[in-house]
Write a protein that binds this ligand. Structure first.
Ligand code: SOE
Length: 393
């Protein structure tokens, strides 16, 4: 599974937006970080053979396949990286783990709790044989958010009382934006909830080190029908075909939550916040201090230290680009900013490092299931008119 000469062969499924981000990460990880194993971009897989071949050349892969099952029998593949839509995750991940391949699976882990549970069971079976798995909550690798987690764990916020999280996008505000796979329940599982709500749920649980125990939710689909995409219609959605189809997922999901440790939380995930492109905002208020972050300024973390003299206390903007900050030493001098793509490189670095060290990476499939349980409770609450839904594993 680990190739000769300390390489780790990667077989990746999917080559759209996430596939491009992961390709960049696999190409870059070993050039900036000192890795115990060199990622080898062995094979890219997609359903359309011609398009996959072209993507493989563009993104730097050695070969192309059009059936993911081929990856499982290839000796030059040690890790399967799943960047395809949610409805494919469970089948590919379970088969790959059972075949002895490490797995990196994009978020949300699955489309249903049932699938996520089966994936966790496969991950546990595989871990017993030294085969590792990770779910791709890439924002856990933003240096400012790793620093935030560290400050919370060190007690700098004291007892956390509030988590205020929002993930705001606007890419489908236009009612003529086509009905891409992310807007269909059978492929995506849910809409804004699973796509971007999953990120803020995971981030809230990661930063606090705590778990949500219940939610009360509202969801809405503002545009009920959209033009059908042509065969090439992707996330950019530039190309509408003929006819219209029903949008079967939420456009927005708002919910309240309670943490086991007593903190109260609010969440808002929407694709209708016109003007907000990729604004993941999260604020924590504790008994001793507060933290605030916005992904549209991802090199910055705001920290309020309530133990300071009230005359001069105030939110301070920490520019998280010092070599002492997480991941930063491998990149540029202070003040030379990192971007969205770096989070995927950090994810690849951590995964390869854990595989070589023979330890289980995080976030694990069990962490993915924990998020899935919250998404499921949100959907049940919204369907029942917003009533409280407890979450238990
Ligand atoms: C699209 O809404 C999307 O690409 C998500 O799927 C990603 O997880 C997020 O990083 C950015 O937005």
């Amino acid at each position: 599974m680990v190739g000769a000469g300390g390489t780790l062969g990667i077989g990746m499924v999917g080559y759209a937006f996430m596939g491009a981000a992961h390709s960049h990460a696999w190409r870059t990880a070993g050039r900036f970080f000192d890795l115990p194993l060199a990622p080898d971009l062995a094979v890219l897989c997609g359903r359309n053979a011609e398009a996959t071949k072209r993507a493989a050349e563009r993104l730097g892969w050695r070969s192309a396949e059009s059936d993911w099952k081929q990856l499982l029998s290839r000796d030059d593949v040690g890790l399967v990286d799943i960047c395809s839509p949610g409805d494919t995750h469970a089948d590919i991940a379970i088969a790959a783990l059972d075949a002895g391949k490490h797995v990196l699976c994009e978020k949300p882990l699955a489309n249903t709790v049932e699938e996520a549970r089966a994936m966790v069971a496969a991950a546990e079976r595989a871990a017993a044989r030294g085969v590792r798995s990770m779910v791709g909550f890439s924002y856990r690798r933003v240096p400012a958010l790793v620093l935030a987690r560290r400050l919370v764990a060190e007690g700098r916020l004291g007892q956390v009382r509030h988590v205020r999280a929002a993930y705001l996008q606007d890419w489908i505000v236009d009612p003529e934006f086509p009905l891409v796979w992310r807007l269909r329940k059978e492929t995506a599982g849910s809409g804004a909830l699973g796509d971007i709500g999953a990120h803020i749920v995971d981030m809230a649980q990661y930063l606090t080190g705590d778990v949500l125990t219940g939610v009360s939710a509202l969801t809405e689909t503002f545009i009920k029908e959209r033009p059908l995409p042509d065969a090439a219609g992707g996330l950019s959605g530039s190309s509408a075909g003929t006819g219209r189809g029903e949008v079967t997922v939420d456009d927005a999901a708002l919910f309240l939550g309670r943490f086991a440790g007593g903190a109260l939380a609010t969440f808002e995930a929407t694709r209708f916040a016109i003007g907000r492109k990729n604004a993941l905002r999260i604020e924590l208020n504790g008994s001793l201090g507060s933290l605030a972050f916005d992904l549209e300024s991802l090199n910055e973390l705001e920290f309020y230290d309530g133990t300071e003299d009230a005359d001069t206390a105030g939110f301070r903007r920490i520019l998280v680009t010092e070599p002492t900050h997480p991941y930063v030493a491998a990149w540029w001098p202070p003040g030379h900013l990192l971007g969205y793509e770096h989070t995927f490189t950090h994810q690849a670095v951590d995964l390869v490092t854990d595989i070589a060290a023979d330890r289980d990476p995080v976030p694990s499939f069990a962490d993915g299931l924990r998020v899935q349980l919250v998404l499921d409770a949100v959907q049940r609450s919204a369907a029942a008119g917003g009533g409280w839904q407890p979450i238990s594993d």
